[in-house]
Design a protein around this ligand. Sequence first.
Ligand code: FE2
Length: 156
Amino acid sequence: MKPNIGISDKNRKAVSAILADLLADEVALYVATRGAHWNVVGPNFGALHSFFESQYEALDDILDDVAERIRALGFTAPASVAAYAKAKSIDDSAGDAGSASAMIEKLLAAHEVIVRELRSNAEKAGECGDEGSADFLVGLMESHEKMAWMLRSHLE
Ligand SMILES: [Fe+2]
């Protein structure tokens, strides 16, 4: 059944497309962060292993919220690795980066890409008359800004 929530079909579709691209990046960043959790080595292993775990758990919650918002707008959430691989726009190779600092640099860069995308996409959602998605995207932007700060702090 089609949602009757005061947003035109065209705009619901446009916002869902934004969310589908975001979902691909959230899943890619989840996988990359989980890879860092698995493969990190060095004198700070214990702390970093736990730190990456806390970050991928936060990303797991985020990607679930993104997929379920697509459903709330009346569309199907992309649900295959192939779809995510095609749509993702971040470098998700942090788990293969070797040193802990290289992993952190790659994860940080990916968060910052997502923050920049969220900043412009929140505005686009607002222009589509979807204030709910605009607010949701701003909240996600703040979450990624906080995760980026925690990663950045390891490099200073
Ligand atoms: Fe684990």
